[in-house]
Design a protein around this ligand. Sequence first.
Ligand SMILES: Nc1ncnc2c1ncn2[C@@H]1O[C@H](COP(=O)(O)OP(=O)(O)OP(=O)(O)O)[C@@H](O)[C@H]1O
Ligand SMILES: [Mg+2]
Length: 298
Amino acid sequence: MHEPTTHSKPSDTELRDEGIPKVDVMSIAERAPKTEETMSNTPDTTPPRTMISTRDFSSWYGKFKALHELNLDIPERMVTALIGPSGCGKSTFLRWINRMNDTITGARSTGAMTLGGEDITDSRYDVVDLRRRVGMVFQRPNPFPKSIFENIAYGANLHRKYSRSDLEQLVEHSLRQAAIWDEVKDRLKDSALGLSGGQQQRLCIARAIAVGPEVLLMDEPCSALDPRSSAAIEELIRSLREQYTIVVVTHNMQQAARISDITAFFYEGHLIETNETEKLFTRPAEKQTDDYISGRFG
Ligand SMILES: Nc1ncnc2c1ncn2[C@@H]1O[C@H](COP(=O)(O)OP(=O)(O)OP(=O)(O)O)[C@@H](O)[C@H]1O
Ligand SMILES: [Mg+2]
């Protein structure tokens, strides 16, 4: 999966040295639950299912058109990176996926955005259910001013009432999945605000996981963290992709190359190009993509 590549772009040896993750459809098929059919010796070449899909999706803030007729399919249980210069609409796009733009006066969209085939732009779509299915992790970790335990238990309990022992199991499971259990298991009653930034971010990921989402949205989840904490979050993202569809915004090209399977390049509200990450970084089809990943602008 992580063999070194021999490509010359992007213009650094770093990508080459660290190995660009390759999209391997077979490995994705392997992660699908085994059925009698898939347990046979015939290799399963079924392409990954689309989780989120947009068709001619545009959005506005008042008269300003922030997104222009986007057509994008985000595959299930893969990491999709959104890249592009500041102001190109990455966060705007991400926020439509869990309808966080609903609260912004003047924000509206046209065209289709579906999650598992359901139209999530429909005002009748239950937003509470949508936000359970689609979790969000922000640039700055934002734990509640509560204990570590309560940070996980609080949101989970809003969606479903748990017995105390089930809740304890859920908290442990979520913290384990977010690779922070060992660091906090003896201090679950302590305030979450006493954790380091990197620990707080993993706690926020655990909190998002605890409500049983299918999709995790992450808007520059490492940009407020030191390199070591960033590396831990990157590793976590790679491991979570076994189970979740992840859409992550990043300004860091090396990071996008390391953690994502698919990359989508946005520019001034347009989706310029989307492809398997390795291909997009080594053989971009569009000059604008090439210019951006080579550091010629942005
Ligand atoms: N609440 C808002 N009201 C009006 N305009 C907005 C609002 N939020 C974003 N915009 C505008 O929409 C465009 C896209 O912004 P967005 O935040 O989606 O960009 P971005 O790609 O996430 O940028 P960055 O990399 O700096 O985070 C920008 O021109 C921005 O000024
Ligand atoms: Mg942004």
